[in-house]
Design a protein around this ligand. Structure first.
Ligand code: F6P
Length: 370
């Protein structure tokens, strides 16, 4: 990677940035964007640390073949990322230790023009794609690429990163089951997903959970305790509950981590403790919790995620070439298509209550906590 000063912009120059929480497959997208651009004779720049690279946070770099060699199976992002880099609400520290938010979007757009950037491929989840749509409204041509382990971006059948996260969570469920059985305990496994229950639902099904708690179905813990007791009567003296971090009790709200994040979204976490404590009190069973946390975001992408990420990256460059900016690439099996950015971010993808996965879980006798 070499620093680009934008002195001699090539006739066609695009840039790529990765924003928000990382997800397995980001590097594969970068590789496809870089090779797709270079093979058209374009220059490809890398904006580091989300959009922050255009605001002096890190140098903008010129990407060539060497930079993306062997990247398809590598987790993380070579460009770095942040979930605190909204240029419209840039956090500026004050001398008294507080922060104020400043709109630096004009500065960002000026910098992109100075560098000769004709379009930005913005890889991110709902937050980053929302920022991309706002920048597009201000005149910066953008193509969005939907990324997130949460699978909560609208207008795409799935996002890359999700399949890898579900594999990690399912693997954990398999391991948890044997120790739960040995000790005749109730294990409560908390997974990520923000306000969508996709990871919990898929890993719960594939990992044979006895109860699956998701944000879309507010839970009644007495129903979960009933399930634990029913199993006990059948001689099954252990149970495994999987709970999405954004799941909430009926009439209650999601459990947030203490400490606001300046310039970032609220942080979810801790619901497993609430669930485990209730089950312990009401069934007398010994309980333990496991929070999988950022393990779900790390590691090498699965084959499915690698393919999707490469196809998304290639499709994003194609979209720029064909003048379809201010769109997001999307998976509409078997094709990768594009949809208007605003349409995608306006409709978050949450678990439909009548979906086949929920019906399957219920028909297998799993409790959905209701
Ligand atoms: O959106 C991806 C995600 O991993 C969520 O599932 C989770 O709530 C959040 O990011 C955690 O973010 P952070 O990196 O700030 O801990």
């Amino acid at each position: 990677m070499t620093a680009s000063h934008g002195m001699y912009p090539s006739s066609m120059c695009i840039a790529v940035s990765t924003g928000g929480g990382d997800a397995p497959g980001l590097n594969a997208v970068i590789r496809a964007v870089v090779l797709g651009g270079l093979n058209r004779g374009w220059e490809v720049l890398g904006i580091r640390r989300g959009f922050g690279g255009l605001l002096g946070d890190a140098p903008v770099v010129s990407l060539d073949r060497e930079d993306v060699r062997g990247l398809t199976n590598v987790g993380g992002t070579i460009l770095g990322t942040t979930n605190r880099g909204n240029p419209f609400k840039w956090p500026v520290p004050q001398s008294d230790g507080t922060w104020v938010e400043k709109d630096r979007s004009d500065e960002l757009i000026d910098k992109a023009r100075l560098l000769g950037i004709k379009a930005v491929v913005a890889v991110g989840g709902d937050g980053t794609l929302g920022i991309a749509a706002d920048l597009a409204d201000k005149g910066l041509p953008v193509v969005g690429v939907p990324k997130t382990i949460d699978n909560d971006v609208g207008s795409t059948w799935t996002t890359f990163g999700f399949d890898t996260a579900v594999n990690t969570a399912t693997d954990a469920m398999d391991k948890i089951e044997s120790t739960a059985e040995s000790h005749e305990r109730v294990m409560v496994v908390e997974v990520m997903g923000r306000y969508a229950g996709w990871i919990a639902l898929h890993a719960g099904l594939a990992g044979s959970a006895h109860a699956i708690l998701i944000p879309e179905i507010p839970f009644d813990l007495d129903k979960v305790c009933d399930k634990v007791r029913q199993r006990e009567v059948l001689g099954r003296k252990f149970s495994v509950v999987i709970v999405a971090e954004g799941a909430m009790p009926k009439g209650g709200s999601a459990v947030l981590k203490a400490g606001a994040v300046v310039g970032g979204a609220e942080r979810l976490g801790g619901v497993a403790n609430l669930v485990a404590e209730y089950i312990r009190e009401h069934t007398g069973k010994e309980t333990r919790t496991v929070t999988l946390g950022h393990l779900q975001r790390g590691g090498s992408p699965t084959t499915f995620d690698r393919l999707l990420a490469l196809r998304f990256g290639a499709a994003a460059v194609r979209a720029v070439e064909e003048g379809r900016t201010n769109h997001m690439v999307a998976f509409d099996p078997p094709d990768v298509t594009t949809v208007p950015l605003r349409e995608a971010i306006g409709h978050p993808h949450r678990v439909p209550l009548d979906c086949d996965q929920i019906r399957t879980a219920r028909e297998l006798g799993m409790s959905m906590g209701d």
